[in-house]
Ligand binder design. Sequence first.
Ligand code: ADP
Ligand code: MG
Length: 267
Amino acid sequence: MRRHEQIAPLLELLAASPGQPWALHLLGPGGIGKTMLMRYLASDLFAEENAMPPFAVARVDFDHISPDYPVDRPVQLLTELADDVIWNASADVSERQLRAFFASAESVNAATVDSPLSLDHPLVTTTVSLFAEYLSMLPAPQVLVLDTCEELAKLHPVGSEVPAVTRTFELLHDLWDKCRTIRVVFAGRRYLASSGAGWGLPRQVTQQAVVSLAERKYLRLVQLKGFAAADAEKLLSKPHPVTRAATAPPTSAVRPAHRNLAGTTRS
Ligand SMILES: Nc1ncnc2c1ncn2[C@@H]1O[C@H](COP(=O)(O)OP(=O)(O)O)[C@@H](O)[C@H]1O
Ligand SMILES: [Mg+2]
């Protein structure tokens, strides 16, 4: 089911002009539909259904990247994104550029075996530049999707700055500096900053819900809510996807539970 209240902020991000926020955080509890939305954004259908020219997009999930990556493999996020960039139409030029990037990333990995490399190490900055050059050759906006961001804080005690989060933002900021048409979408359960473009931490928020106290002016925040009552009823009343059996409409027992989940939405 397409949820227009969730799609609208994505369309705004993709249409943002220079000087406007280039990153968006979709915040919401598990099961609210973040991954579903990110998959849609990363599919051809997104451009098609929203009357947009095709754009380049890559998606990674921190479920599959170790939270130690910034120390052990400082450019792993970029190589995972590069692996996922789906763009078939471009010419050999970008193929060659991509190979140059992967070769450079390989030398970063080789050097890291001896000792960790900082983000301003020449090998790392060269690799970031090569990836930025590659992205610049693809149709803008080049959208980078980072799902399950709370996993970055997995190994970290509550209430302190999480280095993996800090480094990830530094890396993406360096990349944006070299390719200003990128757009980054984060999805996750926890706040990734103390303030951003037009938002700040709510007063009652717990330490557990925050993984960084940095200010990130380029980051918008949108909280995902449960289904609106009408959408929920529509979804619950659909026939079973496999058996096609008709489903009874939601009972009086389901409605109060849904009202709690949907937050502000009332039926
Ligand atoms: N837009 C949607 N339409 C229909 N079902 C959805 C939608 N979004 C989420 N769901 C259902 O909710 C489940 C959990 O969604 P998911 O995207 O994995 O949540 P999250 O990533 O926020 O934990 C999905 O497996 C799917 O069954
Ligand atoms: Mg998810």
